[in-house]
Design a protein. Sequence first.
Length: 346
Amino acid sequence: MSKAGALDLASGVGGKIEKDDVLSAVDKYEKYHVHYGGDEKDRKENYTDMVNKYYDLVTSFYEFGWGESFHFAPRWKGESLPESIKRHEHFLALQLGLKPGQKVLDVGCGIGGPLREIARFSSTSVTGLNNNEYQISRGKVLNRVAGVEQTCDFIKADFMKMPFPDNSFDAVYAIEATCHAPDAYGCYSEIYRVLKPGQCFAAYEWCMTDAFDPKNKEHQKIKAEIEIGDGLPDIRLTRQCLEALKKAGFDVVWEKDLAADSPIPWYLPLDKNHFSLSSFRLTAVGRFFTRNMVKVLEYVGLAPNGSQRVQDFLEKAAEGLVEGGRKEIFTPLYFFVARKPNGQTQ
Ligand SMILES: C[S@@+](CC[C@H](N)C(=O)[O-])C[C@H]1O[C@@H](n2cnc3c(N)ncnc32)[C@H](O)[C@@H]1O
């Protein structure tokens, strides 16, 4: 799993946004959110603009901190963060029962870290669907470097309106991506449509848990921090995802919040009290260095104006995620496997 350097971070901030427009894009992005007077209705109506601005602004920070896979993972004692991330991807492939030669869809594929790993692990062909052009351009480069461009490709499209015929795929998965959908039912219905009958869809979803109290001010603050720091229009409850899956026509094979059994908490890499050399850039000390480095790079003009502001809202995300995880009101690891019944064509 490769990690980008400081200059890659600086030159990538803003993605496909013109460098001179990065600062105003940060302003516009922030205004969608509660801390800046924004509301859920506006975020949902403008989800394409909001989510694309977010990923244009943050992708190079993600690559710098996380590597090629942009997701959390349950973790065993003695296991490094990169090992746990790969194991989480292998687990998904095993739960889907992937077989060599199958045609698989990765919904909201980022820059393709999971896609390359799962395609190699299971000898399948994986198509990555993503609505962010910058991430696809990064993914194509990394596919070539990894030598998987014969079996893996990318399509730029919205997962609410997929450009595939009915019954196209042998399996579909989504890793921490469909939480960006303005409506879970609409998104799951599209997945249902493109999946072959009798085949499975599996996902890791970002959700509020049953411990979340919508009237509790502190809970509300944590939820709003996660939304702004992670480009989310809203965060659904686990049971709302389950209801949406069933309404879309799926039979739920199994579902579980995998955070519950993880010996090492998923949020530990971001926790201020934790230090690790192997995931140094994610730690509070590492983030302090990154903040100062970005300040210098912005000052000398190597990173666009607005870069520090991106780092600031990512910092907010880290705080919200750790608090949400510690209080068990939020999980990024709500996992399910759902089957499209046989005999259903759409
Ligand atoms: C947190 S990232 C996860 C990426 C990838 N699954 C991984 O684990 O590395 C969420 C991804 O969902 C994509 N996404 C968000 N909304 C989308 C939409 N409406 N249609 C397609 N992709 C979308 C984003 O562009 C981003 O790549």
